[in-house]
Design a protein around this ligand. Structure first.
Ligand code: AMP
Ligand code: MG
Length: 489
C-alpha cells in the first residue's frame, strides 16, 4: 500500500460549504505540487480534536503539501479585499488554498487551509510560497495563544517542501496546515461590498450567520445582530491580547476574522517591558499597530465592517447609517468593560470597586516608567513576591502595594482564592522573542527541532507555573538592537 492510500484513511471528513457560496467569492485552485515534502511538525492534540488518526498523519506529508488531495477536498482560493495600513486593496488568498472543512467527531466544522501552497489568481506579483522560519513561527505562536485561552487559528502541521524560495536571501520553503473556525474576514465583506452584487453580499452574510452565529438567524434584524456580535467578540479578543502583551503587528482588515479568532501571525510578537508604544514590525514605521493602539484600530476595522453591511441593515439609507453608528459606538465601552474585568482578575479581584481603574492605571504607569516586564511583574504579584519586580524599591510602589493589599482584604474571597485567580490569569511564560528566535534558528539552520519542542512544552501550559518553566520566563540578555519582526513571511 502506498503512503497516499494510507494517508487517505486518516479520518478525513471534508465538506466545502464555502464552495457553495456564489462563485465570485473564490477561485477553484489546486495546490501546486512541491518537490519533496517532508513532515517537520505535527500537532497531535489538534489532530485528535479534528478526528484524524495521528499514526496515519505521520505519513501524510504529501497531503499536507498539497501533492495529493484527501478525499472530499474541493480546493479553492478565497477572494477578499482589505485596508492595509489604512489603504484599500483587492487581495485574496495569494498563497493559500482551502481544502474544505473537516467535520469533527463532535460535529464541529474547521477550515483546513494549506498556507504556502503555490500561486493562485490572487497572487499578484507573489510566488505563492512560504518560508520555513515564518511557518514554524506561526505554529509556535498560534499554539501558545490557544494554550493561553485566546481564540486563534491553529496549526496542524508544517511540512518542508524541499524547494528553496527567494526572499532577500534564499530560504527553505514550507507549507503550514492551518485550522480555523473559518477564514471569513472583515476583508471578505469588504470584497463583497465593493466588488459583488448586494444579493451576493447577502449570501455571504447569511452564510456567516449560519456558520458562526446560528442563534441570530431568527432575530428581527439578523444583519444588525451579526454586526453587534462580531463587535462583541472582537472587543473580547483584543482585550485578551492586551492581558498577555500580544502585539498582532499587522491588524489590516483582511487579518481580522468574523469568527473572533486571532489570525495571521506575520510580524506579531509579545511585549517584554510594559510600554503601550511598543512596535516590533519593521514595516510599521508610524506605530499604527503599536500595543496601545490595538483597541482603537480594532474599532476602526469594525467600522469598515459596519460600512459593508449598510445595504442589509435597513432599506432606508439614513436609518442604516444610524444603526451602524450606534453599534460601532458600543465598541469602546465593550472593550473597556472586558479590559477592566480582565485586569481585575490579573490583580486577584473578584468584585468591582470604583477605584479599581485607578489602581490598575497606577501600576501600569509605574511599570511603564521603570521598564518593568509585563508578564513577570504580574507573575511576581501572583506569588506575592513584590521584591522580585522591578518596582520594589521605586518611589510610591510600597504605597500602591499597600492599597492593593487593602483592596484584596475588602473582598469576600480569601487570599488563597485570589492567588488561584491570579495564577489562572497571569501566565508564567509567553513566547519570548529571543526564545522563539532561538528555536527557529535551530530548526531552520540545523534541522534540530528539539529546542522548539522544549519551548512548546513550556508554552503549552502557560498557567502551570512549574519550576521547569522558570527558564523560559527569563528576559533576553541586554542588546543594543531593538527586536524587529519582518513581514517577509
Ligand atoms: P498578509 O500580509 O499575509 O496578510 O498577506 C497580504 C496579502 O498578500 C494576501 O493577499 C496574501 O495572500 C498575499 N501574499 C503574501 N505573501 C504572498 C506570496 N508569497 N505570494 C503571493 N501572495 C502573497
Ligand atoms: Mg493576511
Amino acid at each position: 500500500m502506498t503512503n497516499s492510500h494510507k494517508a487517505d484513511q486518516a479520518g478525513w471528513n471534508l465538506d466545502n460549504s464555502y464552495a457553495r457560496l456564489p462563485e465570485t467569492f473564490y477561485a477553484k485552485q489546486k495546490p501546486e505540487p512541491v518537490d519533496s515534502p517532508e513532515l517537520a511538525v505535527l500537532n497531535i492534540e489538534a489532530a485528535e480534536e479534528l478526528g484524524l488518526d495521528v499514526e496515519v498523519l505521520k505519513d501524510a506529508s504529501a497531503i499536507f503539501a498539497g501533492n495529493e488531495l484527501p478525499e472530499g477536498a474541493e480546493p479553492l482560493a478565497q477572494a477578499y479585499a482589505g485596508h492595509q495600513f489604512g489603504h484599500f486593496n483587492m487581495l485574496g488568498d495569494g498563497r493559500a488554498v482551502l481544502l474544505g472543512e473537516q467535520i469533527t467527531p463532535k460535529g464541529e466544522r474547521f477550515d483546513i487551509q494549506l498556507k504556502g501552497a503555490g500561486r493562485t489568481p490572487y497572487s499578484r506579483g507573489g510566488d505563492g510560497r512560504a518560508a520555513l522560519g515564518p511557518m514554524l513561527r506561526e505554529y509556535i505562536i498560534s499554539e501558545a495563544m490557544d494554550a493561553l485561552g485566546i481564540p486563534t487559528t491553529r496549526s496542524l502541521a508544517v511540512v518542508t517542501t524541499g524547494e528553496g524560495i527567494r526572499r532577500e536571501t534564499a530560504l527553505p520553503g514550507a507549507i503550514l496546515v492551518r485550522v480555523a473556525e473559518s477564514h471569513i474576514r472583515v476583508g471578505t465583506f469588504q470584497y463583497a461590498a465593493n466588488f459583488a452584487e448586494t444579493e451576493e453580499l447577502k449570501a455571504l452574510a447569511d452564510y456567516t450567520i449560519e456558520r458562526h452565529y446560528p442563534e441570530l438567524e431568527d432575530d428581527e434584524n439578523p444583519y444588525l445582530s451579526l454586526l453587534k456580535e462580531v463587535i462583541k467578540r472582537q472587543a473580547k479578543l483584543v482585550s485578551q491580547w492586551q492581558m498577555v502583551g500580544f502585539i498582532h503587528g499587522v491588524m489590516n482588515t483582511d487579518n481580522m476574522t468574523i469568527s473572533g479568532e486571532t489570525i495571521d501571525y506575520g510580524p506579531c510578537a509579545f511585549m517584554n517591558a510594559f510600554d503601550p508604544s511598543t512596535v516590533f514590525s519593521s514595516i510599521d514605521r508610524q506605530g499604527r499597530y503599536a500595543f496601545g493602539n490595538q483597541p482603537p484600530i480594532a474599532g476602526w476595522n469594525l467600522a469598515r465592517l459596519a460600512e459593508t453591511l449598510l445595504p442589509l441593515l435597513h432599506e432606508d439609507e439614513e436609518k442604516s447609517l444610524e444603526l451602524a453608528q450606534e453599534a460601532i459606538s458600543e465598541f469602546p465601552k465593550l472593550f473597556h468593560a472586558e479590559w477592566l474585568a480582565g485586569m481585575r482578575a490579573k490583580l486577584g479581584l473578584f468584585n468591582a470597586e470604583p477605584q479599581d481603574k485607578e489602581l490598575i492605571d497606577i501600576l501600569l504607569s509605574k511599570m511603564h516608567e521603570h521598564g518593568a516586564d509585563y508578564t513577570n511583574t504580574f507573575a511576581a504579584l501572583t506569588f506575592d513576591k513584590p521584591e522580585e519586580t522591578d518596582l520594589y524599591d521605586k518611589p510610591e510602589f510600597d504605597r500602591w502595594y499597600a492599597i492593593w493589599k487593602e483592596r484584596l482584604e475588602r473582598q469576600e474571597e480569601t487570599p488563597e482564592q485570589a492567588h488561584e485567580l491570579m495564577k489562572k490569569t497571569n501566565p508564567a511564560v509567553i513566547p519570548r522573542n529571543h526564545r522563539v528566535e532561538e528555536a527557529l534558528e535551530a530548526a531552520v539552520e540545523e534541522g534540530d527541532y528539539s529546542v522548539m519542542e522544549r519551548l512548546l512544552d513550556a508554552l503549552l501550559e502557560p498557567y502551570a507555573h512549574s519550576p521547569e518553566q522558570a527558564e523560559y520566563a527569563k528576559l533576553p540578555p541586554d542588546t543594543d538592537e531593538p527586536y524587529q519582526t519582518f513581514c517577509g513571511t
